[in-house]
Design a protein around this ligand. Structure first.
Ligand SMILES: *Cc1c(COP(=O)(O)O)cnc(C)c1O
Length: 379
């Protein structure tokens, strides 16, 4: 049998290795060092924000962002429901309560009407998710935030390279957060970042991400002996300089990596567009989809588990999409969000990464077509 087509794969190689060896030679391997600063400047320039802060992962960046925006016990934060657990969890880490909003059936991000219906006097902010990287409705969400005096945050974990009405993801809210986990479009294995235009939020996040100490880099080279004192219990959310050096290369390669994913998405569209039992993902014309994942919806008459098993048996990796948050016991939500629950039940992620060859994409499409058609016939 031919080799397995993997669901996701990082695209890293010689250039990244060379960047790592330069960090080794420099001697500064720990976090918040020169390689982090260089990456932060590059990221801010790419995203078009005044400030960027490299963090250990996106969960850390989400926590920092919520923290500096002031979320805390007694507060409610409205969160797009269809997302990875990091989004809702990070609200809980601050002591605030995540209030989940149902999502648009086409692009799966928070439905602005649902968001507005959930605003109470305890609401302090909106945390929108760019689902699989495609930006949410920031114009509508900003208008709601302004009407009710709320802040707006963007979970841009999957969105590197995406745009909304020509504006880059990461610049679409008061604070945005990226992930550089191995399953994302650009990666250092693990990693994250926070971006913002607000100098005070950026400075507080920077201090909190290194235990509440003024960063060592700002003390480096001082002639005296500056001894910091602590007025806040910060965290260790630093990205190592080893990872930051990898990220600088990945960010430089982002246009090529995006083009490769876009090409795969285009091929899937051509090969699967006529398959009635499968709904393909929608990429809206006013935003650039970075295709962190390629997720299709199976017709409700199909048994998703059986389809997934058959695909895997034939060497095609697949997975569910992401999670409906409101059904997760940890959040204790009693609301029913029908759109998100339906996506959670019917979505299937099929292979999407920048290393996929055309023949692999064709094999995935052929296999999916055969499996879906035969499993429909047996029901
Ligand atoms: C992957 C992901 C995260 C978490 O990223 P980490 O870097 O693993 O913490 C958060 N939100 C969304 C939407 C994600 O897809």
């Amino acid at each position: 049998m031919s080799e397995v087509v993997s669901l996701g794969q990082p695209t890293v190689g010689e250039e990244e290795l060379e960047a790592v060896s330069r960090v080794f030679a420099s001697g500064w391997l720990s976090g918040a060092g020169p390689a982090c600063r260089a990456f932060e400047e590059q990221l801010a320039a790419t995203v078009g924000t005044q400030h960027a802060l490299a963090t250990s992962n996106c969960g850390a960046a989400l926590h920092l962002g919520l923290d500096v925006l002031g979320a805390g016990p007694g507060d409610e934060v409205i969160v797009g429901d269809y997302t990875f657990p990091a989004t809702g969890h990070s609200v809980m880490w601050t002591g605030a309560t995540p209030v989940f909003a149902d999502v648009r059936p086409d692009i799966w991000s928070a439905d602005p009407a649902s968001v507005e219906s959930l605003v109470t006097e305890r609401t302090v902010g909106i945390l929108a998710v760019d689902v699989f990287g495609q930006p949410a409705d920031y114009d509508e969400l900003r208008a709601i935030a302004d009407r009710h005096g709320l802040w707006l945050m963007e979970d841009a974990a999957c969105s590197a390279g995406a745009t909304y009405k020509g504006r880059p993801a990461g610049s679409l809210a008061d604070v945005a957060t990226f992930s550089f986990h191995g399953r994302k479009g650009i990666t250092a294995g693990e990693g994250g970042a926070l971006t913002t235009d607000d100098p005070e939020l950026a400075a507080r996040a920077r201090k909190l991400h290194t235990y509440g100490i003024e960063p060592a880099l700002t003390r480096e080279g001082a002639r005296e002996l500056p001894v910091p004192s602590f007025d806040e219990a910060g965290y260790n959310y630093r990205l190592s300089d080893v990872a930051a050096a990898i990220m600088s290369v990945q960010l430089r390669r982002l246009p090529d990596l995006l083009a490769a994913r876009r090409r795969v998405a285009g091929l899937y569209g051509e090969l699967l567009g006529d398959l009635e039992l499968v709904t393909l993902p929608v990429a809206l014309p006013d935003r650039e989809h970075p295709w962190q994942s390629y997720v299709v919806a199976l017709d409700g008459s199909l048994d998703r588990g059986a389809v997934a098993t058959a695909l895997r048996e034939q060497g095609v990796q697949c997975n569910f999409g992401t999670y409906a948050s409101h059904v997760q016991p940890v959040y204790g939500s009693t609301r029913h969000l029908p759109v998100s629950a339906d996506l959670f039940a019917r979505h299937l992620a099929i292979p999407m990464h920048a290393n996929l060859r055309d023949d692999e994409v064709e094999r995935v499409a052929d296999t999916l077509r055969r499996v879906v058609t035969s499993s429909a016939a047996t029901r």
